[in-house]
Ligand binder design. Structure first.
Ligand SMILES: Nc1ncnc2c1ncn2[C@@H]1O[C@H](COP(=O)(O)OP(=O)(O)OP(=O)(O)O)[C@@H](O)[C@H]1O
Length: 230
């Protein structure tokens, strides 16, 4: 089978309500999207349009009110929460906007710590961490702490942490928001290189029009609904 275009992550008519009664917020309504292996997908939309809600649901972090998430042929929310956690640790990586690096650890230690949490055996951790940091161009700086690095380097460290365990899918919430356009485009190039090398699927949110040209697919959200897919 040609795996290059196989869907790895799908949302089917996913809705998410917060609160109830008069105070109900319909954060997402019937959102259906698809991420193929080897594809870079962008979710865009105004603040409050539901991007983060959808990303969290796709990551297995927040149960939808209705609808399904299919990850690698499995219905993510039909699994027990333990099974879902295990699945997530191995196959799904998340990159947050605010790098979420541990301040007193070096870049290497941050990546190695992530591998420990993902239960990668100790013999492999060093190799995987060094490979990932080399891939993001931080081989020479891997023993520096976050406060000794630029914003772009910190974000590359968090990308190294996300890719080190070789996930099938990477979800990223505004990974370029705190970077200038040049650095943002460098991060996008890293994502593209990663797709080429590992055939991962990447889905990210972005406000930045400069990023859209690079994507294979762009979904636009408005008031919790997908109004355009191009
Ligand atoms: N835990 C929550 N409880 C109540 N309402 C929430 C909660 N989380 C999100 N919302 C609401 O759901 C809607 C969608 O929020 P979401 O964070 O998904 O938007 P977003 O497109 O990611 O916005 P931004 O670009 O500002 O991050 C908003 O109206 C928000 O106020």
């Amino acid at each position: 089978m040609d795996t290059e275009n196989a869907p790895i992550l799908i949302s089917e008519q996913v809705s998410r309500d917060y609160g109830s009664g008069k105070n109900i917020v319909r954060a997402l309504r019937d959102a259906s999207i698809k991420v193929d292996q080897g594809q870079l997908v962008i979710l865009r939309g105004r603040s409050g349009s539901g991007k983060t809600t959808l990303l969290n649901i796709l990551a297995g972090l927040d149960q939808p009110t209705s609808g399904k998430v299919i990850f690698n042929h499995k219905d993510l929310y039909a699994l027990s929460s333990e099974q879902r956690d295990e699945f997530r640790q191995k196959d799904i990586s998340i990159i947050f906007q605010s790098h979420a690096l541990i301040p007193f650890m070096s870049a290497y230690e941050n990546v190695e710590f992530g591998l420990r949490i993902a239960k990668i055996p100790v013999q492999e951790r060093r190799k995987y961490a060094e490979e990932a940091l080399t891939f993001v161009g931080l081989k020479e700086r891997m023993h520096h702490r976050p406060d000794e690095m630029s914003g772009g380097e910190q974000q590359r460290t968090s990308i190294a942490r996300a890719i080190a365990c070789k996930p099938k899918v990477i979800l990223a919430d505004e990974p370029t928001a705190e970077l200038d356009t040049k650095m943002g485009l460098q991060i996008m190039k890293l994502f593209k290189d990663l797709i080429e090398k590992e055939q991962v699927g990447i889905i990210m949110t972005s406000h930045d029009p400069a990023m859209l040209d690079i994507a294979d697919q762009v979904y636009t959200l408005e008031d919790g609904e997908i109004i355009e897919a191009v």
